[in-house]
Design a protein around this ligand. Structure first.
Ligand SMILES: Nc1ncnc2c1ncn2[C@@H]1O[C@H](COP(=O)(O)OP(=O)(O)OP(=O)(O)O)[C@@H](O)[C@H]1O
Length: 262
């Protein structure tokens, strides 16, 4: 499939009197690697929920993989989109085996019972875990993993059905410095792989943006501050407006750094 993977036009999400998102217009093209950056409560997770066909907009239109939300069967659409998020991780039973957690993603269910998998599926699951540095965790249960290991296993699961769009909600949250750097390096390798799916990653921190991410969208108070090519978006002016404090922004070896100048 060529062209637009996701197209939002004038998207709003209201809950009671709150506008979680307002007038968001955003196009993701095949092969793009997007980061969505903003402070707590900006609406980042809400935006990702729409991109994952887990939530419908209250206003505007959302077209995912050429299917318009509200006019398509989301149960057919969801397996084409990989989502890794801490809220999904919280639903995993602690006794779930890592290999089963990844394998069951092909069926978009939790729990391995009833399905049988062929050896091609098992080989793919092991290869994905290996690529994310988790080959030694295959036989462990999810409940025994560290936070960093859980994050990497979740990404392997999200990639298992070979999605056309991969969505990562705060993949580095809760990781120590070594864990963050390991994950960011692996995500940079993924971003660099032309065979990898189109991606969108949510974070609060520009330091967590892997090298090779091409585009950025800044959100504040449910509204887009600016969006476009990452080096045009990640300026002191734009990031200061997004986070509501004066920031200096640096880039070194493809990575970004921000600090307060107050
Ligand atoms: N059902 C709801 N009813 C009212 N407000 C809600 C509801 N769900 C979320 N919100 C609010 O919408 C805003 C956006 O939430 P969202 O989780 O999308 O933000 P976020 O940018 O991902 O935040 P964080 O970085 O803290 O995870 C928050 O202020 C949140 O409290």
């Amino acid at each position: 499939m060529a062209g637009e993977v996701l197209q939002l036009r004038g998207v709003g999400v209201r809950r009671g009197r709150s506008n979680l998102l307002r007038d968001v217009t955003w196009t993701v093209n095949e092969g793009d690697r997007w980061v969505i950056v903003g402070p707590n409560g900006a609406g980042k997770t809400t935006l990702l929920q729409i991109a994952a066909a887990m939530m419908h907009p209250t206003e505007g239109t959302a077209v995912l993989l050429e299917e318009r939300l509200g006019r398509t069967d989301v149960f057919e659409l969801r397996p084409r989109i990989g989502l890794a998020s801490s809220s999904l991780a919280a639903e995993v039973p602690p006794e779930e085996k890592v290999i089963d957690l990844v394998l069951t993603a092909s069926y978009a269910i939790l729990g391995r019972w009833r399905e049988e998998y062929d050896s091609t599926d098992v080989d793919r699951a092991v290869a994905l875990l290996d690529a994310l540095g988790c080959a030694d965790l295959v036989r462990r249960t999810f409940g025994t993993l560290s936070e960093g290991e859980r994050k990497r296993v979740q990404i392997a699961r999200a990639m298992m059905p070979d999605p056309e769009l991969l969505l990562l909600d705060e993949p580095a949250a809760g990781l120590d410095l070594g864990g963050r750097e390991d994950l960011v390096t692996r995500l940079a390798a993924l971003a660099d792989d032309p065979a990898a799916p189109t991606m969108a990653l949510v974070t609060h921190h520009v330091e967590e943006v892997p090298e090779g991410f091409t585009h950025a969208l800044l959100l504040r108070g449910g509204e887009v501050v600016t969006q476009g090519k990452v080096d045009e978006v990640f300026t002191a002016e734009h990031l200061s407006a997004t986070f509501g404090l004066p920031l200096a922004v640096d880039r070194q070896n493809g990575r970004w750094y921000a600090r307060s100048t107050r």
